[in-house]
Design a protein around this ligand. Sequence first.
Ligand SMILES: NC(=O)c1ccc[n+]([C@@H]2O[C@H](COP(=O)([O-])OP(=O)(O)OC[C@H]3O[C@@H](n4cnc5c(N)ncnc54)[C@H](OP(=O)(O)O)[C@@H]3O)[C@@H](O)[C@H]2O)c1
Length: 287
Amino acid sequence: MILVTGATGFIGRSVMAWLEREGIAVRAYQGRMNDPITLREELVGVTAVIHLAGSEAQGRDRLLHHVDVDGSARLVEEARRAGVQRLVFASRLGADPASMHPLLQAKGQVERIIQRSGIPYTILRTATLYGRNDRFFELIVGLAIWSWPFVWLPGGGNMGMQPLWVEDFVHCLVQTLRRSDLIDKTISVAGSEQLPYATLVQYLLNVAGYRRIPLPVPMLLLRPLTPILFHWWYWPAVSRYFMDRFFVPEIADHDAVYRQFGFRPARIRDTISYLRRSGLALRLLRR
Ligand SMILES: NC(=O)c1ccc[n+]([C@@H]2O[C@H](COP(=O)([O-])OP(=O)(O)OC[C@H]3O[C@@H](n4cnc5c(N)ncnc54)[C@H](OP(=O)(O)O)[C@@H]3O)[C@@H](O)[C@H]2O)c1
């Protein structure tokens, strides 16, 4: 029996669908991360945990500590007590307990808790994922729609991006469960294409059918501008951690997925037809 935390989230929904398709016994964790009683009850009979619960989308440092770090510590404690034999965690490229970026710092702290837990674990550090209802490509298009006639390009859009399709990441997660050679490993994965942010944005806007004038924004202005913009423009889908990727590159070997998991990630152009959906602008505003 596999327990999935964060099963209702962007990655979690794909994981649940994938495991159910494969006929694997799976249960979505129903409680809150810091609730030891529910954790204890739901871990009964569980052999593996896929840990996806996280507060990244809320964009609040306080929640990162409460939900991600303390919540993961609580989960580890209860999982050890329940005799769980495998813990798989979705982390981020750039995770580091000493990072100056709160999200990457929290991810680094959670990684350390898991690595020291004594439970056989695998940590998959990934670049940002995209797919239907993501908070990446849809967000880039959404920001461009609402900043007419411009599209912002932090640092001139030179930062390299290597996005990974969510279904490919879930494929890696599910394979990890069956692979004893990946026990106690921390593995980096990313898409097979590495391209500058400006090129990616142009490509996404073409597919979504929008034209915008590129507006380079100096990195020096980005830090002070971000809280002002995101405070004024309250849009839960836009977490202020979105900007971290312009400071810390999300890059891995271009064949990382192939070497570790034996398949090549999908190409961006084959997996972004969801950006052509009519009504995307309104839906993004409502989200
Ligand atoms: N998406 C990416 O590109 C990406 C890349 C690398 C790593 N990750 C990490 O992977 C994990 C999942 O990402 P995602 O994109 O699927 O995030 P998401 O869509 O925001 O989903 C987060 C999930 O966590 C649950 N959650 C939040 N607070 C909780 C709490 N206090 N107790 C229990 N559950 C709670 C949410 O459930 P409720 O809605 O019910 O609160 C939801 O199911 C996160 O830790 C994220 O940092 C994501």
